[in-house]
Design a protein around this ligand. Structure first.
Ligand code: DNO
Length: 355
């Protein structure tokens, strides 16, 4: 496996590369051009700029998270052709720069959804939290207002410009079913996967977070059955998965180590983090340590180790600890602790005499 760390870039991240460099065993940064809206073409100069910044610290830029998919593609509107063309040209440029994996998602309107960005945990740290009843009872517009007060603009996938058109977006999705979304995803894949193949890129879809429908919007990438269906839509090695333990794991029916074993051939990016589920449907993010959450992270790492996983891992989110001021879920300290937990488990499995 190759350990990576998500980095928002020189202008948007408070964490400098020189600090990431001091986390043991990290080979690359997971990056994106966060200032470009979904659907835009990524010029070569911008890609090369990030590559040079990362290379100055010995990091590769093998993994992009995300090249976001324009809503017109998810909706299947006539304009999708323009945005799909841009997507293909972007993939060609990424391939030229040596990018190996492109993460993306196909969630309508909202990317990952939480109700509290800095909810206190009993140890005095804070973490991202999801309150089921709140999501079920609040209108999307009120929810957005509430999130703006908490700092939504710092969340990846929650671009204020796009979400300012929330009412129009919801109207556009009226009557769009899960089947429609599957059809639009298939169309998109049939267009872009051949380009990914030619450019030696593995596309890695991120599951829906959380993996159930919210605000009446359809969501389709949420369980073993849907991952299987997804991989068969276009049966190519370039059509793969980002297996996110914390997203899928909020549903108790999802067995992450089992998924790792089943989908081993097509997992190109592993997001590893823990969450704690509550009986009322709420969940909180926690430290990576198995005993702190509902997921057995050591067992998940073991599953990756057992399949001889060679692709990329990142520690995904962390809590906000030691008074760090950071983007929600993306501080330095707890993610670095998460990395060391994963490395520790991996090294122990490498040396079976320790077991
Ligand atoms: C949140 C992330 C998501 C993820 C996208 C992938 O922390 O896991 O925003 O990057 O869903 O496209």
């Amino acid at each position: 496996m190759q350990m990576t760390f998500r980095w928002y870039g020189e202008k948007l991240d408070s964490i400098p590369l020189k600090h990431i460099k001091q986390i043991p065993g990290v080979s690359g940064v997971v990056w994106s051009l966060h200032d470009l809206p979904a659907g835009d073409y990524w010029p070569m100069e911008r890609i090369e700029e990030v590559k040079a910044q990362a290379a100055a610290y010995g990091f590769n830029i093998d993994v992009v998270e995300s090249v976001n998919v324009h809503e017109d593609i998810k909706l299947g509107n006539a304009n999708r052709k323009i945005y799909i063309e841009n997507y293909k040209r972007t993939l060609v440029n990424l391939g030229k720069a040596g990018v190996k994996v492109v993460c993306y998602n196909f969630m309508p309107v909202f990317d990952w959804t939480r109700t509290d960005l800095f909810r206190p945990l009993s140890d005095g740290s804070t973490a991202l939290f999801y309150e089921k009843r709140k999501i079920e009872s609040i209108k999307p517009t009120e929810f957005l207002e509430d999130m703006s007060k908490q700092g939504i603009s710092t969340m990846p996938g929650w671009e204020p410009e796009r979400l300012s058109k929330i009412k129009e977006l919801f109207m556009a999705y009226e009557g769009v079913t899960e089947d429609d979304l599957w059809g639009n995803l298939k169309y998109f894949l049939e267009e872009i996967i051949p380009v990914a193949e030619k450019n030696d890129i593995k596309m890695a879809i991120h599951p829906d977070d959380p993996p159930w429908n919210i605000f009446g919007l359809p969501r389709i990438i949420k369980c073993k059955k849907s991952l299987d269906k997804f991989l068969k839509l276009v049966n190519s090695p370039s059509n793969g998965l980002t297996l996110c333990s914390g997203s899928l794991g909020t549903s108790a029916n999802n067995d992450i180590p089992e998924m790792v074993r089943i989908f081993k051939e097509r997992i190109y990016f592993a997001h590893i983090r823990n969450i704690k589920r509550f009986d009322n449907g709420d969940f909180t993010e926690t430290s990576h340590k198995s005993s702190d959450g509902s997921l057995d992270i050591a067992e998940i790492v073991k599953a990756y180790h057992d399949i001889g996983y060679r692709y990329y891992i990142r520690p995904d989110h962390g809590r906000h600890v030691w008074d760090e001021k950071c983007r929600p879920g993306y501080g330095l300290y707890d993610r670095a602790l998460g990395i060391m937990y994963i490395h520790g488990a991996w090294d122990a499995y490498n040396n079976s005499t320790l077991l």
